[in-house]
Design a protein around this ligand. Sequence first.
Ligand SMILES: NC(=O)c1ccc[n+]([C@@H]2O[C@H](COP(=O)([O-])OP(=O)(O)OC[C@H]3O[C@@H](n4cnc5c(N)ncnc54)[C@H](O)[C@@H]3O)[C@@H](O)[C@H]2O)c1
Length: 373
Amino acid sequence: MAHKTEFLYLSEQDTIKAGVLDAAKCVDNAEEVFTLLSKGDYLMGGSNHNSHGMGLVFPKESPFPNMPVAGPDRRFVAMPAYLGGRFDVCGNKWYGSNAANPSKGLPRSVLTVTLNNKDTGEPLAFMSANLLSAARTGAVPGVAARHLARKDSEVITVLGCGQINRSCLRSILTQLPNVKKVVCYDIFEAAAEKFLDWEKKELGIEGEVNLDLGQALKDADVVTVAASRLKPLYVKDEWLKPGVTLLITGPMQSDDSFWMSTKLIYDNVRLHEAYVQEAVESGDKAGYYKGVIGGPIYTLIDAGKMPALKDSTSIGEVILGEKEGRTNADERVTFVACGMATFDVGLGYDLWKTALEKGIGQKLVLWDDPYQK
Ligand SMILES: NC(=O)c1ccc[n+]([C@@H]2O[C@H](COP(=O)([O-])OP(=O)(O)OC[C@H]3O[C@@H](n4cnc5c(N)ncnc54)[C@H](O)[C@@H]3O)[C@@H](O)[C@H]2O)c1
């Protein structure tokens, strides 16, 4: 019996046609994924089912002339996942990153997503995923804004004016209709100005650049953090006002007093437990912690100064009404998100389905019949 296998190829333009820039829909998709995470209806890599992904680690030097060596932001990472619920599909995000890419007219990272039939392993779709990945990353704090931010929030401060925060801001604004001002902060004034111009034109909210971090945060009702690691970002406790919602997507340091006093909600507690487990297994816990967003928090947990991860809250539990999120207008609520392949698979799945319905993309043949059976 012949078994033809076809899959759908989606270029970046195709993913746009399929709705990758529709931030409100991406937030809904991410919210649904969060509920599945809370129920446990998913798998990610590793024996703990919760690994963020597996990277190729390049050596500092190599006797082989063609072998890649370590360099700024230079890595390859595979992020596999199974996602349950109506998705019921396996997939993998695979990307290569190199700080030298922009000088070649390329984004720093080049990403693709593959979706596979969970039983046979046949590919269902292969798609460009730079926009997909940014959209799913931004949609995650969008969900947090929906459930944790004060509805009367008027001022949003953006820390780190890069591509990811564009996507975060786009998503957050779909949830907060009363926002009147966007404050842009970056270590580079030009990056902050460029972000402000973009956001005024595309999102239509008034704003300003403020390069004094304390001043930039003074009136913030919501703060979205997605700075790169060019320079450590240190946010003092005293700069964050009562009632603020801090949405952390990139690394940030703060005073112990801040971490210990804010109400902390995680994207998925199990992911953070996996990070801590991987840190222990690495043999250099402190070094490992330095490279992950939750590092400052895990350090305080290890010291017994903050509740253990097992006693903490994932946002899925808040969405499902199983645990409390914000309980009053004055508490400072912090949401920490580290990125999970489940979101790439979830959004990739909806883009694939839309593309199939609308005839977007190209069908490619893996085989008319497998040569080897
Ligand atoms: N949680 C997730 O799912 C997820 C996914 C993708 C990327 N990220 C993280 O998001 C962050 C931003 O990624 P990007 O692709 O937008 O990078 P980018 O290089 O496009 O932009 C980052 C910006 O941060 C600025 N910056 C660096 N250090 C700063 C500091 N101390 N204070 C203020 N601004 C500073 C840079 O000047 C730059 O403008 C990275 O840390 C990345 O690892 C997180």
